[in-house]
Write a protein that binds this ligand. Structure first.
Ligand code: NZQ
Ligand code: ZN
Length: 393
């Protein structure tokens, strides 16, 4: 096990009616004037937004609201949020929604006291010195942003999607009421679980040897997510299984499943170009490229893929042929994706063939004009990434 720091300071308030505590939690973390940030229509339709606003009002907390965050959240909305926060002297940002809303809230929080464009933090041009406190009322288990140090923003100018990680952006609290996820469409539910599982798999495929505790936690969480998703696709109002997925989504990405090992993240980097260029759902994009990544890198350490096949996917171990066992694990994962309605290649994802030009463009953007590599399980340059896109087409 390699040395690590585990820092997960977010207070989790989990369960039925947990949103009732919103005003006291905002006060606890020093909020006086709140920006209530939300997405398209779902939080309005369900009545959650009205409820949160009423609870803040009753609690004597002043607020302004800004909606309209879209999946793959845009920089222009971040600029709008920064302006409102400055004008209204906002000192706390409450995201009511999923990863896109929370990430937009984080980007606004970086920008409020910064003279330049918050995009500078995502391009590495600047390092933030201040961050307005952020918290969330989560409505979709997927991105894990409710406890993570990351945010991912799309700059419409060039369709560039970039992530930025900094511990100062870990949210103060996360309110999680599984009943609030009953309204999720099947596709978002499945894409969410795919993303949750991938947050663990990006950490699981590592060469760092003795990671028994972390491996066992991860494998158990992966199996649990795999089982629970079918129940909620069958019955969207299945509280028991919605709960497991919601809590699993936070544990997947709050750092726990990365303790003691080097993480990979190549699949996420490869996917970000797909959602940047085609505006697809992040989880679905991950499913479309993962098995191609896996086939491309598996020979770096077959034993890891064998362990995954046996302990996560339930494949019988053929001790005489580790490669065949590893491959069966990847194929089983593809069958799982199809069974929950996820794509396993780019054609299924975008509904048409991708062109060679588009692949080259994505490989260029993914490596920031051929200047960076991605991944640790196997370090990937632009040529490797182009080959993976070709395998996934
Ligand atoms: O906009 P509304 O109408 O609210 O609809 C949303 C949206 O269309 C809908 N939805 C959310 N809760 C709902 C609901 N519909 C019905 N009932 C509910 N309870 O679901 C759609 C997707 O929402 P979004 O917030 O985009 O989903 P997700 O949480 O998957 O976030 C995706 C974004 O997070 C980034 C992704 O790249 C993507 O941009 N990620 C952020 C990470 C982080 N900050 O740590 C890590 C991840 O790897 C990921 O990259
Ligand atoms: Zn993700």
């Amino acid at each position: 096990m390699i040395d690590f720091n585990y820092y997960a300071p977010t207070e989790v308030v989990f369960g039925k009616d947990s949103e009732e505590q919103v005003a006291s939690l905002v006060k606890k973390y020093g909020g006086h004037k709140v920006l209530v940030h939300y997405g398209g229509k779902s939080a309005q339709r369900s009545g959650l937004l009205d409820k949160i606003c009423s609870l803040l009002k009753e609690g004597g907390i002043d607020y302004v609201a800004l909606g309209g965050v879209v999946p793959n959240p845009r920089l222009s909305k971040v600029h709008e949020g920064v302006e409102i926060c400055r004008k209204e002297e906002v000192d706390f940002i409450l995201a009511v929604g999923g990863g896109s809303v929370i990430d937009s809230a984080k980007a606004i929080a970086y920008g409020v006291n910064y003279d330049g464009d918050p995009w500078d933090f995502y391009t590495g041009k600047a390092t933030p010195e201040s961050f307005v406190p952020v918290a969330s009322v989560l409505t979709i288990p997927a991105a894990g942003s409710e406890m993570s140090e990351s945010s991912v923003i799309t700059n419409e100018d060039g369709d560039v999607k970039l992530g930025y990680s900094n511990n100062i952006s870990r949210p103060k609290f996360a309110i999680m009421n599984p009943e609030r996820t009953f309204t999720l469409p099947a596709y978002q539910t499945a894409a969410g679980v795919t993303d949750i599982m991938m947050h663990m798999m990006e950490r699981y495929f590592s060469h760092d040897g003795d990671m028994t505790v972390t491996d066992n936690i991860t494998e158990s969480l992966l199996r649990t997510m795999k089982e629970c998703v079918f129940a909620v696709l069958e019955n969207p109002e299945d509280y028991r299984n919605r709960s497991q997925i919601m809590w699993g989504g936070s544990l997947a990405h709050n750092g726990l499943t990365g303790c003691g090992r080097t993480e990979d993240w190549a699949t996420h980097q490869i996917e970000h170009e797909l959602s940047g260029m085609f505006d697809v759902t992040h989880g679905a994009g991950l499913a479309a490229v993962w098995s191609s990544w896996a086939r491309y890198v598996m020979k770096e350490d077959i034993s890891r893929f064998v362990r995954f096949a046996v302990n996560v996917m339930g494949v019988e171990n053929d001790f005489t042929n580790p490669e065949a066992t590893a491959m069966k694990g990847i194929e089983a994962m593809e069958r799982f994706y199809h069974a929950i309605g996820m794509p396993i290649n780019i054609h299924e994802l975008i509904g048409r063939d991708i062109t060679d030009k588009e692949i080259k463009e994505m490989a260029r953007k993914c490596t920031h004009n051929f200047t960076v590599t991605h991944g640790n399980f196997k370090v990937l340059g632009a040529d490797d990434i182009e080959k993976i896109y070709c395998m996934a087409r």
